[in-house]
Every structure is written in C-alpha cells, then in structure tokens.
Design a protein around this ligand. Structure first.
Ligand SMILES: [Zn+2]
Length: 418
C-alpha cells in the first residue's frame, strides 16, 4: 500500500510565499519579532490556518495556535510547529519550515479525511530569535511558565518601544499574561522540525536527523587583569599584559574544545573588551565572554575544568589574574525516548536514512520539554549556512522530514493514551 505523504511542490510554494514577507535588498529576511514584516507573516499563517478550517487562537504571549479536533473527547493535544520570526538578514527556512510543514500536514489530513484520536495543535511561537527586547524563545518560555508578567515590565527596545505595547499589537495580552501558561495535562506530545544549521547531516549524506538533546549553553564573563603601563618604556620581560594573556586563554579554549571526545562540544569567544584600548598603553584589563556548548552537562564541565587548568598556568607564567563570573548555565535538555524511537521507526518504514544528533543550537523544543514529551527532527542545511540569506535546504530532504513527522504524529496518536 502506498504510504501517505506530504506534497513537496505545495510545500515549496509555501516556502517561497512566506519567504517573500520581509525580504530586503540583499535577498535576506528582516522579520525580527513584532516588526511590521513579522506581523504580516503572522497574519499569513493565521489566514492559511483558518482556510484549513482550523480553530485559530492567539494567546497572551501572541503565540499562534491552530487546533483540529480529535475523535475522542478529553484527550490532550499533540502539538507541532516552530516560529516565523527571523534574525536580521536571515533566511527563509529557520523556524518557517517547522510552521509550514505543520500547515502542510494539517492540509494532508483534511484532504484524506483523517481524524486523529488526539486533538492536533499547530503552533507558531513568538519571538524565538534574539530580538531588540532581549527575550529569545519568548513564546515557548511563556507557556512553560518560565516568564511572568513581571519579566515584561519596563522592557523596551532601543527605540524606547515597550515590549507590552509591541506584544499587544501582535495580538498578545500583557494584562492577563499569567493565563498564557499551559498545563502539562493539556499536551500529549510536541514535535518540531527545524533546519540543522550545521554540516553534520550534509557531510554524511543523511536526509533526516533525529535530535537526542537540545544543547546546553554555558557562559562565563572572564576578566584578565594585568598591569597597564607605558608601551614604549616597559621591557618585554617586565610586562603583565592582560591582552596577550587573554589571547592565550582564548586559544586554550579552542584547543580544549578541539581535543574534546565529542565533536558537539564547541567553545566560542564572541565578545571582547580591551581596556584602556589605546595604542601606546599595555592593556591592563580584558573582559570576554566564554561560551561552551555540549550534548551533556558532563561534556561541558569537562571542557570548563580543562580550560581552568590552562588558565591557571597562563596566570602564573604571565603574572596576570583571572576573574570569572557565571552568566548562564543552561543544561542540555534530552528529547523524549518514545518520540525518538517513533521517528526512527517511521523513517525506517519510509526507507529514509537517518541519524541521531544533538541540536547544538537552542530551540523552542527545549522549553516545551518541560511541559510534555518532546522531539525534534532536523533537515540538512546546504553548506551548513544559516542566519544568512544563503540559508537553504533541499526540497527532497524537507519532504522526507515532513513525511517522518506526519507518520510519527499518526503513530503517536495510536500509541499514546494520555
Ligand atoms: Zn529557529
């Protein structure tokens, strides 16, 4: 018997259509959350969902939900989706693919007259990407109860716009924000399809990635303290140069992560400030952000510990001092075993090669996992590019991930009792 599939050409058309909203002169998308372009994209999603006869609702955090009733009353929902906001000059697949596949699946089920036991909910989360209000994964954190009304108070972007005003304009309700929180009993499962944003699947020629964990992110502010002095009259052996010490500490981070047994352990220094930053003064103080990501918290700790040994040696050799401040210690979030197994089984049945991998990037799924059993599927990113206009994925791969998602939902619908 021919297995039910999504329609690749229709999906491709939808990607192009949504990908025209917010397009800039460089061919990238400027669809930062709550901007006019993003509001247009939201309306597009709402209209498409309403045209499918779905029950469309915008919650207090301006997340868009589109529900389809189940056969059996009283069962919790199987939810799936992602986000439609982008980074500045971003691409048309990050987030959008997960929402468009959700729409496509709702359409296939409608066409085929398939009624699931569980209700199904499409979701397009608000403000997943970093945004001018400084609150990423805003929508999923809100429904998971990790953001409260107080977290919104007084938050403004650089233009002085209040978050609560922007939220209201997008259909949210800051006054009744407490009610955005959903209960674990309301969900049976959550699934998100997303582009990989790296090269691992592409390199191995594998079309479908099954995510085992959403990455943990660890960040420290490191300050290397030396002695500022005259850049001309201080002999080389007399210097306590904070910047060269910091440079060595950064290279040590790179070495530690390169040597780590898991290639998903990665370290980055993305932010640095040199003080006093003058041509004729030996730097006295350098402050940088050190970030380490890994598949498990132990992997991250191992990298931190090894770096610490290097840092101590650098300090004693150079006569500088290192001060450290923890900024973030977000633990990795394991995806649900049953969903991983269900996706693997369905990929096998469809004859698609698949691989298990960690996410290496943050996603809404990490917050949904605190509410319900959660899983993610990845689609290869061409050249591993993302968060740029060149971001692209092959329609064949997206179709395969869509089919795995479709069948995983149908399989979970039968398997899950609550
Ligand atoms: Zn994304």
């Amino acid at each position: 018997m021919k297995r039910l599939t999504i329609h690749a050409a229709r999906l491709e058309q939808a990607i192009l259509e949504l990908g025209r909203i917010g397009v800039n002169g460089e061919g990238g998308l400027d669809r930062t959350t709550f901007t006019p372009a993003e509001l247009t994209a939201r309306n597009w999603v709402k209209e498409k969902a309403a045209a499918l006869g779905l029950d469309v609702r915008v919650d207090e955090a301006a997340n868009i939900w589109a529900a389809r009733r189940g056969k059996s009353g009283g069962l919790p929902a199987i939810a799936f989706g992602s986000h439609v906001d982008t980074v500045p000059n971003g691409g048309k697949y990050d987030g959008a693919l997960g929402v468009l596949l959700a729409l496509e699946i709702m359409l296939v089920l409608k066409e085929q007259g398939i009624r699931t036991r569980h209700p199904l909910e499409l979701v397009s989360f608000s403000a997943e990407e970093p945004n001018p209000f400084g609150l990423s994964t805003f929508g999923s954190r809100s429904i998971a109860g990790k953001l409260t009304k107080r977290d919104l108070e007084g938050v403004r972007d650089d233009n002085g716009t209040l978050l609560i005003d922007a939220l209201r304009e997008a259909g949210g309700n800051p006054e009744r924000f407490e009610q955005v929180r959903r209960k674990p009993e309301e969900f049976a499962a959550f699934l998100e399809v997303h582009i990989e944003q790296g090269k691992r699947l592409l390199r191995r020629g594998i079309p479908v990635g099954i995510v085992t964990a959403v990455t943990g992110i660890y960040r420290e502010e490191v300050t290397v303290v030396g002695v500022p002095n005259h850049a001309g009259t201080t002999l080389m052996q007399d210097r306590k140069d904070a910047l060269t010490g910091a440079a060595e500490a950064m290279l040590a981070l790179e070495r530690v992560c390169l040597a780590h047994q898991s290639d998903e352990t990665v370290g980055t220094v993305g932010r640095i400030a040199n003080d006093p930053n003058a041509a004729n003064i030996i730097p006295g103080k350098v402050r940088f952000h050190m970030e380490i990501r890994g598949r498990t918290r132990d992997d991250i700790q191992e990298a931190v510990d090894k770096w610490e040994v290097h840092a101590a040696l650098i300090c004693s050799r150079r006569g500088v001092r290192i001060e450290r401040r923890l900024l973030l210690d977000q633990h990795p979030v394991a995806m649900d075993r049953l969903i991983i197994e269900t996706c693997a089984l369905q990929a096998e049945k469809l004859g698609y090669p698949y691989a298990a991998l960690g996410s290496m990037a943050g996603h809404d799924a990490a917050h949904m996992a605190s509410l319900t059993r959660t899983g993610m599927l990845f689609v290869p990113s061409l050249d591993g590019r993302s968060h740029c206009p060149e971001e692209e994925s092959r329609i064949d791969d997206m179709e395969k991930a869509g089919n795995v998602l479709l069948h995983a939902i149908l399989d979970l619908d039968e398997k899950l009792d609550a």
